[in-house]
Ligand binder design. Structure first.
Ligand SMILES: Nc1ncnc2c1ncn2[C@@H]1O[C@H](COP(=O)(O)OP(=O)(O)OP(=O)(O)O)[C@@H](O)[C@H]1O
Length: 337
């Protein structure tokens, strides 16, 4: 059965630049992206590609003295980028929940867990104290915390990292947001706990029919969790598609390089593929052309578009630059793959 996806959030031509030594340098460029209800959209790319900048731009978390943003982020038919702090606060933590990488920094070490989970309910609902308490216990239960009545009385340092992240998730979903932005939610956790937290996010998404933006540098996490994937490189989206398109028929050389450098994809005994070079710093970022070209120097410059655009090559599958049409890894050319 095909389900018509309903757009929750539309990011339209969004650019953000940071002030460094008195000058502004673009960190994300011309981002166009829709996030739908009932989906997990992963944003993936190496460190420094602009994933967190995009999340922070959506949520209005950047210091306006140190950054400059243009474009539109439409949510509930309103542009979040036009809102002042006061109005934005009626969205943050209410209609849009946030989960960050480090649960310790998201939690107040001096406040009991129950009070922290109840905080957004105090601000954003008229619930009585006893109703709030019931809701806190329900939420802790929902995120898989055993003995919630004991845990709500504890402090963050008394919990394991995995439990703390569950608490942060309980806080994020307290007001039943339509959208959750999770920035590297499992990076600080060990592998077994990572899988449990990803399962939890998936079940929350399915139960609450919300949309989730999942930011990660880990393609394994994407494969496990996402419905759609936006691959970011040097502040741009270079490929967008559903999880099958990205994993089964990846096109952009950057996506293919990321996939090839996954440990799971290295042949037994082979060295792991390493992408040459690194993501340029903002000050050293080229202003035009295919920004990934310097890291695939064997591809001649005439194979790249001068001003690379996104091309829809299959329904919902977009790729930047036409260089993908000719791209091969050097060992593929030799026919040894
Ligand atoms: N406040 C800031 N001032 C100046 N430059 C910044 C600021 N925040 C981020 N940057 C730069 O913007 C670029 C994108 O950074 P961002 O943190 O968004 O990338 P990321 O893909 O989320 O990486 P990571 O996974 O390491 O968080 C980087 O070059 C980074 O150094």
């Amino acid at each position: 059965m095909s389900v018509l996806k309903q757009s929750l959030l539309s990011i339209e031509d969004v650019n953000t630049a940071f002030k460094i030594d008195g000058k502004f340098y673009p960190a994300i460029k011309n981002i166009d992206l829709d996030v739908n209800r009932d989906e997990i959209l992963a944003i993936v790319g190496e460190s420094g590609c602009g994933k967190s900048t995009l999340a922070d731009t959506i949520m209005g978390l950047l210091d306006p003295n140190e950054s400059r943003t243009s474009g539109k982020v439409i949510f509930d038919k309103k542009n979040l980028l036009d809102m002042n702090e006061k109005i934005l606060n009626t969205y943050r933590g209410v209609k849009i929940g946030m989960i960050f990488q480090d649960p310790l920094s998201a939690l107040d070490p001096l406040k009991r867990i129950g009070d922290q989970v109840a905080e957004s309910l105090v601000y954003h609902t008229n619930d009585s104290a006893s109703k709030r308490y019931d809701r806190v216990i329900y939420l802790l239960n929902k995120v898989g915390i055993d003995h919630p009545k004991l845990v709500e009385h504890e402090f963050p340092h008394q919990l394991s990292g995995g439990m703390r992240q569950r608490v942060v998730i309980a806080m994020a979903i307290a007001c039943e947001p339509d959208l959750i932005i999770a920035d590297e939610p499992t990076t600080a956790l060990d592998v077994t706990i990572q899988a449990q937290i990803l399962d939890l996010l998936k079940s929350i998404q399915a139960d609450n029919h919300c949309g989730i933006i999942l930011i990660t540098h880990d393609l394994g996490v994407v494969a496990e969790t996402a419905d759609r994937v936006a691959v970011m490189y040097a502040g741009q989206i270079v490929e967008l598609g559903n999880v099958e398109q990205i994993f089964n028929t990846p096109k952009h050389p950057y996506t293919r390089s990321l996939l090839r450098s996954m440990p799971q994809n290295s042949d037994h005994g082979d060295d792991l593929y390493v992408i040459q070079g690194s993501v340029p710093s903002l000050k050293k970022m080229p202003t035009d052309g295919d920004l990934f070209a310097p890291r695939i120097p064997w591809v001649s410059s005439d194979q790249h578009e001068k001003h690379p655009k996104m091309h829809e090559i299959d329904s919902g599958h977009w790729v930047r630059c036409t260089c993908y049409q000719h791209f091969q890894f050097p060992d593929e050319e030799r026919g040894s793959m």
